[in-house]
Design a protein around this ligand. Sequence first.
Ligand code: NAP
Length: 165
Amino acid sequence: MAAERPLDGRVALVAGGSGGIGRALSRRLAAAGAAVAVSYATNAAAAGEVRREIVSTGQRAVALGADLRRADALEALVAGEAGLHGLTHYLARRLAPHGVTVNAIAPALITDTGMLPADRGDLHRLVPVGRLGRPDEVADLALAVITNAYVTNQVLSVDGGTHPR
Ligand SMILES: NC(=O)c1ccc[n+]([C@@H]2O[C@H](COP(=O)([O-])OP(=O)(O)OC[C@H]3O[C@@H](n4cnc5c(N)ncnc54)[C@H](OP(=O)(O)O)[C@@H]3O)[C@@H](O)[C@H]2O)c1
């Protein structure tokens, strides 16, 4: 039972929980036992739908509106992908002795998200595996990382082999 619900008693905050990847991650975390705070910037309806879906499974969830652009100091630190990766490494080294893991996931060309144009055209041709990725594939990796205390200080790609590291 514990292995099936490894996050029982834990609380997860999913920034961007109203979006494509955040929605999939919110569902995955709730299924693993976490109470989930589904954060959104503008789309309260989408966040509310995710909250209702989770609550209907018997799990706890709230929808929280928060415009993270207003966290000016944080934005200055993490502006750009390289900054976010640097922040991941900085925090991971400092928090590891306290039992806190810090990792980043770098997705690319994931369907059912606001990041991709409605007309995908030949985008899949850019991906070595020959197709676009799915939000649940990002969520699966995130859950594996979150529940593994020996994985920290990593930037992990979910991109069908587009960007070798
Ligand atoms: N999909 C891809 O192929 C891809 C590629 C590279 C990186 N990513 C990254 O993956 C993450 C998830 O994006 P997604 O693909 O799921 O895209 P998405 O469907 O467009 O979702 C974006 C999410 O971010 C929230 N958001 C936007 N601006 C915000 C702000 N100022 N404060 C707080 N929340 C804000 C949105 O909230 P509202 O809905 O309320 O506006 C939404 O929940 C993003 O960091 C994105 O950069 C995705």
